[in-house]
Design a binder for this molecule. Structure first.
Ligand SMILES: NC(=O)c1ccc[n+]([C@@H]2O[C@H](COP(=O)([O-])OP(=O)(O)OC[C@H]3O[C@@H](n4cnc5c(N)ncnc54)[C@H](OP(=O)(O)O)[C@@H]3O)[C@@H](O)[C@H]2O)c1
Length: 353
């Protein structure tokens, strides 16, 4: 990326943020955000990445209140154990637990999937929530640019490794669901397939927005594969809005000051921010429906380029190579619907978990 493109990316991200913030302020003035009614989910199991704080924590708490068995996938053991205790106390639901998963390490993601499967429990909801924003230029354990590697590739691999369990846990009329948390910044994101690692002049804004764009492309392609198989799993993207969390620690100081002074009016609370994820995870209105982009608990259109099937497929293919799993897209899309047992793993790992 050239210095000029990097500056343009920053301006576009801040402009997008300002638009969302103004819309949220208007909504507050007109009565605020209202929590949707969620049906109880007793007996169902959810994995939420980044459930230790912010939107992820609020999502875990809400799902636990609905009676779900919630597994927090996190990379800070002490923080996660404290989060588990707090959620158990506040919701009186003992079925909240923690399993270690560092999304910045593909080996750790594999370890998490293995450990989860060892539990021999079903999986009805996977919320791909964890993320970092506008961090300084640095790499994941596997050498990927951090936004792309952690926000996108970590979740790409995690989802693929858990798909067989999701497929076994879903059934017609009660699908298992993959909910992937994107962001309005995807509308100003760009994805250069020739430069997924942000080589050249690094733009933290461009890298974050690009990772959120990649997550939407991933969601739509995943849904296309699932639908072609007649799978009882759906995949949707959720956009929480602009939410008052610790995600902003690396942004421009002026933005942090605005957040500190006016955050309670301009930003959503973490609970409000979690409602779209929870809605996407449990509402009967979305039963059997996938490939949607949800914002404020309503379907809306994502950036035009996210509907480009060639781009979705190419990104998926490259992601398979980068994470070491086999791309079964050509088989699935060529053969159409296959018997369920033959397609239990959508993208079986080259090395087993
Ligand atoms: N806040 C917003 O305005 C906003 C807007 C649009 C989209 N989003 C999206 O919402 C999601 C949640 O963000 P948030 O605002 O709740 O941010 P947050 O409060 O900073 O929470 C981020 C979570 O991700 C976890 N995480 C970070 N690195 C990880 C790693 N390597 N492995 C596993 N977990 C890791 C963090 O755990 P540790 O701290 O323990 O590492 C934390 O639990 C993100 O995907 C973000 O992009 C947020």
């Amino acid at each position: 990326m050239s210095p000029l493109s990097a500056a343009r990316a920053a301006l576009r991200v801040y402009a997008m943020g300002a638009v969302v913030i103004l819309a949220q302020l208007l909504r507050r003035c007109l009565g605020g955000f209202a929590e949707p009614a969620f049906p109880q989910q007793a007996g169902r199991v959810a994995v939420v990445t980044g459930g230790t704080e912010g939107i992820g924590y609020a999502t875990c708490k809400r799902l636990a209140r609905l009676g779900m068995h919630v597994v927090i996938a996190g990379n800070d053991r002490a923080k996660a154990e404290a989060a588990v205790r707090r959620i158990q106390e506040e919701t009186l639901n003992d079925k909240v637990e923690f399993l270690y998963c560092d999304l910045a390490s593909l080996e750790s993601v594999r370890g998490f999937a293995h450990e989860f499967k060892e539990k021999k429990i079903p999986l009805h909801v996977l919320v791909n929530n964890a993320g970092v924003m506008m961090v300084p230029q640095r790499k994941t354990v596997d050498g990927f640019e951090e936004h792309f590697g952690l926000n996108y590739l970590g979740h790409f691999l995690l989802t693929n490794l858990l798909l067989d369990t999701l497929q076994e846990s879903g059934c017609p009329g009660r699908s298992a669901r993959v909910v992937t948390v994107s962001s309005a910044t995807h509308y100003v994101g760009e994805l250069d397939l020739g430069n997924l690692q942000s080589r050249g002049c690094y733009s933290p804004h461009g890298a974050y927005a690009g990772s959120k764009l990649a997550l939407v492309l991933f969601t739509y392609h995943l849904q296309r594969l699932l639908a072609a198989q007649g799978s009882p799993v759906t995949a949707n993207a959720a956009d929480p809005g602009v939410v008052n969390t610790g995600l902003y620690k690396h942004v421009f100081w002026g933005t942090r000051l605005v957040k500190k002074l006016f955050g309670r009016w301009l930003f959503k609370t973490p609970d409000e921010g979690a409602w779209t994820s929870v809605y996407t995870a449990v509402t009967p209105e979305l039963e059997g429906l996938g490939g949607r982009y949800l914002y404020n608990e309503k379907e809306t259109t994502s950036l035009a380029v996210t509907y480009d099937r060639d781009l979705q497929q190419e990104l998926w293919a490259r992601s398979c190579v980068m994470t070491g799993i086999r791309d079964v897209t050509p088989d699935i899309l060529a053969e159409g619907r296959l018997p369920r047992r033959e397609t239990a793993a959508l993208s079986p790992p080259l090395t087993g978990v």
